[in-house]
Design a protein. Structure first.
Ligand SMILES: *Cc1c(COP(=O)(O)O)cnc(C)c1O
Length: 461
């Protein structure tokens, strides 16, 4: 007890602490009231420490420093820049696509000055905020009209609610996908007030399955791009053109949730092919939806292109108001889409395509260059440049892997705990460096490394 009394008496009074010259700087930076609040909190903590452990917490040596540290921590932004060397280019948890400079400038402008979001300078009364973008999307995809919402999940919900509420939507059992984050086709159907009519089997669905399911209450035939998995072996699916043929015979529109949707033929950049919205529009699909921040390389958005009358129904639906995109998204998306009007410079200007199309040999050379600088700082690890396979991510090109190179770190003493400790140390850096642990090594996939100076500054700390 006496020791506790002695310890309590060592706690400095708030007034005395506030007169400490070093706290003056803290007050100047964080304000008087927040500093006082923090000091009170620390005193409570110190008292609790005495009660529980019969000693003062270690930080009691330096109250000013601890106060500053706590306040700085509280002010650290929740969204922190990181260096993505995970090998996943479109990493959903790291914000997917990086925007092109043109898009960044367009957003900045839309944030700082009034813009003609829903204002016609010529008084022509064009109506809604998606108009300028719709014109661009029609040019790029051959569609009659377009509608923009907050993300592709919202796009699917709106398509279904506006065109098939209270009615049946026919979907193959092989396409009842879950995308992650609670987006599952059957659940979205229910939310949109539609009745899911499953046809076929997990691995095989035929024309006749769709045809037999159509009745007077059928509103749509729907196809969902199985973007994050693939069914292999004894399989059969009806393609979009086949579905359009059946739909046209029976007067039922076909809609497609494409997921990623690339507006350029990726095989031109040495990448695996991904279905393009313009091909589906040409095949006669009535509505196609896709994400803005996957392969398209723009901001988070849901894009729906298709037939004029159906898009008009989406635009009129009350959910559109709830799901609409804001001016920053629209500005970024427009600037991104404009880059597609110049395909010859696209791979340079669009970061997503630039990273996806990087040449394996060039990444390897980058690895060799970095190895020489990094390895001497990590004597406890065997550092190597190794070939690896990156992935596009976000369900785009799901089974395809892109050959590249990584810096890999293996503990010389062979202890796995060393790897965890190294990964943790890098996550604690001012700009955290994120890799992945696999096969007893920590891999820093270099595909997405463009800012080498920043990377070296962090790793050589
Ligand atoms: C990614 C994806 C979605 C969801 O798109 P978000 O833009 O993330 O909302 C829906 N359907 C498919 C097929 C997808 O790949």
């Amino acid at each position: 007890m006496t020791t506790q009394h002695a310890l309590y008496s060592q706690l400095p009074a708030t007034d005395r602490l506030l007169r400490d010259a070093r706290l003056t700087a803290v007050i100047a930076r964080f304000g008087h009231s927040r500093t006082v609040d923090t000091l009170r909190l620390l005193q409570d903590e110190a008292r609790a420490g005495i009660r529980a452990d019969n000693r003062l917490p270690a930080w009691c040596d330096d109250w000013a420093q601890e106060t500053e540290k706590r306040l700085a921590m509280a002010d650290a932004p929740g969204l922190r820049p990181v260096i993505n060397l995970t090998g996943t280019v479109l990493h959903t948890n790291l914000g997917r696509a990086l925007l092109a400079q043109e898009a960044v400038e367009a957003v900045t402008q839309a944030m700082q000055t009034p813009v003609t979001l829903e204002y016609d300078l010529d008084g022509a009364g064009r109506g809604h905020r998606d108009r300028p973008l719709a014109a661009l999307l029609c040019q790029l995809t051959g569609a009659e009209d377009a509608c923009i919402v907050n993300n592709n999940a919202a796009a699917v919900l709106l398509m279904l609610a506006a065109t098939a509420s209270g009615k049946e939507v026919v979907v193959s059992r092989g396409e009842l996908v879950e995308i992650g984050g609670a987006f599952r086709i059957p659940d979205v159907m229910a939310q949109a007030g539609c009745q899911l009519r499953e046809v076929g089997t997990t691995n095989r669905t035929h024309d006749r399955d769709y045809a037999a399911a159509i009745n007077d209450n059928t509103a749509l035939l729907m196809k969902v791009h199985t973007s994050n998995y693939q069914i292999e072996g004894f399989t059969h699916a009806v393609d979009e053109a086949g579905l359009v043929r059946i739909g046209q015979e029976r007067g039922v529109p076909v809609v497609v949730d494409l997921g990623s949707g690339s507006l350029v033929d990726l095989s031109r950049y040495g990448l695996p092919k991904e279905p393009m919205p313009q091909a589906l529009i040409a095949a006669g699909v009535s509505l196609v939806s896709f994400s803005g921040d996957k392969l398209l390389g723009g901001p988070q958005a849901g894009i729906i292109v298709g037939k004029r009358d159906l898009i008009a129904r989406l635009q009129r639906h009350p959910l559109k108001r709830a799901l609409r995109a804001d001016k920053m998204t629209l500005a970024a998306l427009e600037a991104t889409l404009r880059l597609y009007l110049h395909p010859e410079t696209l791979a340079e200007r669009l970061p997503t395509l630039r990273l996806l199309s990087r040449d394996a040999a060039a990444i390897h050379r980058q690895g060799e260059r970095l190895l020489a600088q990094v390895a001497p700082h990590y004597p406890d690890f065997e550092v190597r440049v190794e070939e690896c396979l990156s992935q596009p991510g976000s369900g785009s090109l799901p089974v395809d892997r892109l050959p590249g190179a990584a810096l890999t770190f293996a503990p010389r003493d062979g202890r796995g705990a060393q790897l965890e400790a190294l990964a943790l140390r890098w996550r604690a850096l001012p700009v955290p460096v994120l890799g992945r642990i696999k096969d007893g090594r920590l891999w820093l996939d270099l595909r997405c490394l463009e800012n080498e100076a920043q990377f070296l500054e962090m790793l050589l700390k």
